[in-house]
Design a binder for this molecule. Structure first.
Ligand SMILES: [Zn+2]
Length: 166
């Protein structure tokens, strides 16, 4: 499947934009086109039980806030007969915010906007800013650990004389 052209706009893969409206807060109606499978047995035959129309806060577009609106389903698996709520890539279960939104909150505070202003601008509580800021730092430190590994190995290889037994 070709990569979705909408991914840069909403910051997530596997969503198809159906419509959008609004100016201060942009409401983007989307449909999830990613994989649907049972989290218990990975079965993919899933009759749907009921649907709800749900809104998820997403990252800002320019100076405007954005919200994703979509149908979410509860499924019963044909294989193991268990019920479960639909999962989405980039949104944690039972949460009403996307991962790009959390990253935006954390990054804005990290770049110097104080907690109170970040909270007001992005429509969250100050405790939430704190939580997403720590999430941002953890992700950054994990990324830098992974990135530095090959470089260190490379330096060692150059410095050690050939055929030397350690
Ligand atoms: Zn199942």
């Amino acid at each position: 499947m070709p990569p979705s052209i909408h991914e840069p706009i909403i910051g997530l893969p596997d969503f198809k934009i159906i419509s959008y409206k609004g100016s201060k807060t942009i409401e983007i109606e989307v449909e999830y086109v990613g994989k649907r499978e049972c989290p218990h047995c990975q079965g993919q035959r899933l009759p749907q039980e009921r649907a709800a129309f749900t809104g998820f806060k997403d990252h800002s577009i320019g100076i405007n806030k954005s919200i994703l609106l979509m149908r979410t389903y509860k499924f019963q698996c044909y294989g193991c007969k268990r019920y479960f709520n639909q999962r989405f890539q980039g949104i944690n279960l039972y949460q009403r915010v996307t991962e790009p939104f959390k990253e935006q909150v954390g990054l804005r505070h990290h770049q110097g906007t104080n907690k109170r202003v970040t909270a007001i601008n992005l429509g969250v509580g100050e405790a939430t800013v704190e939580r997403y800021y720590h999430r941002h730092l953890t992700l950054q430190s994990n990324e830098s650990k992974n990135a530095s590994c090959p470089k260190i190995l490379g330096i060692d290889e150059n410095i050690l004389p050939k055929n030397r037994v350690i």
